[in-house]
Design a protein around this ligand. Structure first.
Ligand code: SAM
Length: 200
């Protein structure tokens, strides 16, 4: 299900504390995008899997002056004017198979509100692990099971520990996961690390 949260005024920018259930996620949007942009600020090439309308990617490309590639299995919401921003590239692709991306070619992969919609999420994470460089990271932000989101949209979400375990099964190391935004979001990260298989 695609969600298009309403834009909000700058005066509403906050960490979402004290918001009502109905607009909690709208109200934390700017704060969350800034937090994600900060997290990937040292990356040269950023990939967003399940990017939807590429709004986050446009923000990150502008904020950090980075090359941001957004991929989504559906291109129905891509911006028409993406050519105006040479650092932003939105492409239709299935996150399970990103053949056009070489191994170790991306510095940071992000996934915002997408993992719960993806079929075979571990295959998606294995593919992300293939294309991210050694030391590069994968950041997953999604709604946790039992969150306000579940009440609002009546969808199934993963529990925090499930997402952490999926990152490990996808081949990521140094996995860290926690709840943020008053417990209404999962923030989970993993890193591409050297494994025994990599050592000759
Ligand atoms: C809820 S939307 C989130 C979109 C965007 N990240 C945002 O924050 O608004 C989830 C997106 O995941 C995409 N998606 C689902 N399965 C996918 C897959 N296998 N590969 C790429 N995108 C996928 C859907 O098309 C949808 O646009």
């Amino acid at each position: 299900m695609r969600r298009e949260p309403a834009r909000k005024s700058g005066a509403e920018a906050s960490n979402g504390v004290g918001t009502s259930p109905d607009n909690h996620y709208d109200r934390i949007k700017d704060w969350l995008w800034r937090r994600i942009a900060w997290e990937v600020r040292f990356a040269r090439h950023v990939l967003d899997i399940g990017c939807g309308s590429c709004e986050l990617d446009r923000f990150v490309a502008r904020e950090n002056r980075q090359d941001v590639l957004g991929i989504d299995i559906s291109d129905g919401s891509f911006p028409e004017d993406q050519g105006a921003n040479s650092q932003l590239d939105c492409r239709r692709a299935d996150a399970r198979k990103l053949d056009f991306l070489k191994d170790d070619s991306i510095d940071a992969v992000v996934s915002l509100y997408s993992l719960h919609e993806m079929e075979k999420p571990i295959d998606v994470l294995k593919e992300a692990q293939r294309i991210v460089r050694l030391g590069g990271g994968m950041l997953i932000v999604d709604f946790p099971r039992g969150s306000l989101a579940q009440r609002i949209w009546n969808e199934n979400y993963y529990a925090l520990e499930e997402v952490a375990e999926m990152l490990r099964q996808g081949g990521f190391g140094h996995v860290e996961s926690r709840l943020i935004a008053q417990g209404q979001l999962i923030w989970a990260q993993g890193c591409k690390v050297v494994t025994g298989r990599d050592v000759p």
